[in-house]
Design a protein around this ligand. Sequence first.
Ligand code: GYE
Length: 352
Amino acid sequence: MLIEDPSLIGKTKIFRKEVKTMKKILALAIVLVMIASLSVAAYADDVKVAFSQIGQESDWRTANTDSIKGTIEAHDGWTLIYDDAQQKQENQIKALRNFITQGVDYILFTGVVETGWDEVLAEVNEAEIPLILIDRMPDCADKIDYVAAFGGDFVEEGRRQVAWAGEYLKSIGRGDEEVCVAIMEGTTGSGAQVGRTEGNLAALKEYPNMKLVAQQSGNFTRTEGQAVMEAWLKSVDKIDVLIVQNDDMGLGAIDAIKAAGLVPGKDIIIVGCDSVKAAFEAIVAGEMNATIECTPLYGPFVEKTIEDLEAGKTFEKTILHPEEGVYDCVGGIDLGTVTSVLAADVIDSRVY
Ligand code: GYE
């Protein structure tokens, strides 16, 4: 640019300097606005989901933890705060109080036992943190507020276990034979143990040929399942049918049965629960006879529920049960509400 009036030269310089400064201020302002809006967006998207898990007692539990953790962590803008209570109620109570202090947005809760949650869950309600009940329900569920609930129908699972054994015996011509039944229960006082035992005992009444000869907890673990079976094989005269309230205990029992020189799946008919991959393998190997499904894959349910809640949807106060199957060594056993599927046919598609 040619400047003709020399008196303007200095002024033009000053003017240019001012323009430069203004540009700098403007750029800085834009950057500040961008940073501010970004952090507002990040803040708005940051949903803190806390999960109080019971422990790591079984393959079911591992698959359940993986499913929920995987789903939450993969979700954009969601953060998982996870606590493993190692089977202790006091650890769960501590974890819940911690979640309240941290001001999380949602709490996922399953209780190691049914009782003793009234106080701490009332505190969660007071803090107005939406509570999502999963898996084992607390017995105070009717008295507290929760926004959604999802878990297995434990009574029906227990009924199916005994009904499977009763119908299978009929199908092999042993329907009138008096058979001795042992029930190995899960963690005493847990929703899964209470419900499955209720279902087991109610169904036994439908099969008068099945006589209960032993009943004890194996705490849902493989090690304790093996120890209880070992003791039974020494102290109980005869066991024809073993009802185990989860597959892990069944796998432990199989080791004990083999060690005693008996043939699992033949000398003793074994009906598990959960339908973990290892149970499918045992059924295909002829060492276990059936497993009643209880799915641990809660991730998709939890994700959909939180998405819906974030969108302002509300749910009725009911406990939703997933649809579940029965897998066995023969296929086609009719249990009224479900017909069994041959485990060998579907083993390859099992994900847990
Ligand atoms: O069946 C068992 C586990 O609560 C449904 O807990 C769950 C049970 C499951 O450890 O394997």
